[in-house]
Design a protein around this ligand. Structure first.
Ligand SMILES: Cc1ncc(COP(=O)(O)O)c(C=O)c1O
Length: 409
């Protein structure tokens, strides 16, 4: 089938929720994907931060092929291989950078996407606050969740309510209530909010590095203040690491570990499955304890293929020194991008990077023109390009990107 025929079929039979680029991708290997005409592209979007090990990493292909031939899904009514091991690995990774006194046991709920992982966190925060109030004989319990302006937490109704972007929310009102947004990194505004409404707040839900709006890391001061205020008001600090977690920011498994804080709940998805749909919400065991059988669930969450994928991703990252690669190649990527004449600002950590371009540069048009230059690129705003390449990206890949991008700018 030609690209044009595929396009016509999709136009007729698929809901138009994405503006697709005119290319049909059929295979991939490492940093590269190939289209139906045999043209190769260097992939600097990595399935929107999903393809952590690179396309079709042999370890992942082998593990998934073996698992697919043995058992794919049996439901959460039964024990399966690897799930407990994976949850224990996540608990260890979440504690990795913490001093002994802050380490704790984490328990995880496995979901299928970032939005679902965040739904789990939202439900957990409300239930935890309710149970605590009940145990004290209080009739009222705090329900408000503090989010950040410009945030992105998903497309389900509750995660859209948490996504403080009025343009995305407007068409779907009324949304679930109980969310309030403050400006990112505005420490005084956060303190004022807690001073005014602290007794209503059950949690904060924050992307450690905001992704969809163009890669804006939280400041250490802001995160530390959030930690202190949540502790003081018995609210949960919940970090959305769907995009910035799983080694995306280099050195550590999670972005928050760059900032010396310890959250109560962490959500993840994207890179954890390396291409298999997967989400996870991990919480301190004391918090997770409010979930009892029947209170939350998922048919597919944590089933055999996803568990196999995540175990393989985590083991391969360790075996191949990928975290160190992210750190060094990420620094090189930011350095090289900053040299380009049309780049006015470079932001990010590890291999989660964005550049703002001069006002006369149309970022979306550049992502289209990039196809002819053999590049897969992504824009997050009229003048902003975001880079989320596979974590196995090399300096040579960065050189190739910069050389080709220079011709487009
Ligand atoms: C920070 C963050 N949270 C949540 C989501 C939603 O994840 P999903 O699309 O897997 O539902 C995304 C997706 O881009 C994200 O970047």
């Amino acid at each position: 089938m030609t690209l044009e025929q595929q396009r016509q079929l999709e136009d007729a039979y698929i809901m138009h929720t994405f503006g697709r680029k005119p290319v049909e991708l059929v295979s991939g290997c490492g940093m590269r994907v190939t289209d139906d005409a045999g043209r190769e592209y260097l992939d600097f979007i990595g399935g929107i931060g999903v393809i952590s090990l690179g396309h079709c990493h042999p370890a992942l292909v082998e593990a998934l092929s073996n698992q697919a031939s043995r058992l794919m899904h049996v439901s959460n009514y039964y024990y399966i291989e690897g799930r407990g091991e994976l949850a224990k690995k996540l608990s260890d990774l979440l504690n990795e950078a913490a001093p002994e006194a802050q380490r704790k046991q984490w328990q995880t709920f496995f979901a299928n996407s970032g939005a679902e992982a965040n739904e789990c966190a939202i439900k957990l925060a409300r239930l935890y606050a309710r149970r605590k109030a009940e145990s004290r004989g209080e009739a009222r319990f705090p329900r408000l969740i503090v989010t950040l302006e410009r945030s992105f937490h998903g497309r389900t109704l509750a995660t859209l309510a948490a996504t403080a972007q009025p343009v995305k929310q407007e068409a779907f009102q009324p949304l679930p209530d109980g969310f309030v947004a403050v400006a990112p990194n505005d420490v005084d505004a956060l303190k004022r909010l807690f001073a005014d409404r602290g007794d209503e707040i059950c949690a904060m839900l924050v992307e450690t590095v905001q992704g969809e709006c163009g890669v804006y890391p939280c400041s250490e001061e802001f995160l530390q203040t959030a930690r202190d205020l949540c502790t003081e008001h018995e609210a949960l600090l919940m970090l959305d690491e769907v995009q910035c977690g799983m080694y995306r920011c280099g050195t550590y498994p999670y972005a928050f570990q760059h900032f010396g804080i310890m959250p109560d709940v962490v959500t993840m998805a994207k890179g954890i499955g390396g291409g298999m749909p997967m989400g996870a919400c991990s919480a301190a065991a004391e918090v997770a304890a409010v979930f009892e059988p029947g209170i939350h669930g998922s048919t597919f969450g944590g089933s055999n293929l996803a568990i196999t994928a995540a175990n393989t991703v985590i083991d391969t990252v360790a075996a191949e020194g990928i975290a160190e690669n992210v750190e060094s190649v990420g620094a090189y990527l930011r350095e090289r991008l900053a040299e380009l004449p049309s780049v006015v600002e470079t932001r990010g950590l590890g291999l989660m990077v964005a550049v703002d371009l001069l006002d006369e540069c149309d970022a979306h048009a550049i992502t289209i023109a990039a196809l002819d230059a053999g590049l897969l690129l992504n824009s997050t705003g009229p003048h902003t390009l975001r880079f989320l390449p596979p974590l196995v990206c090399t300096r040579e890949d960065v050189d190739e990107l910069v050389e080709r991008l220079a011709t487009l700018l």
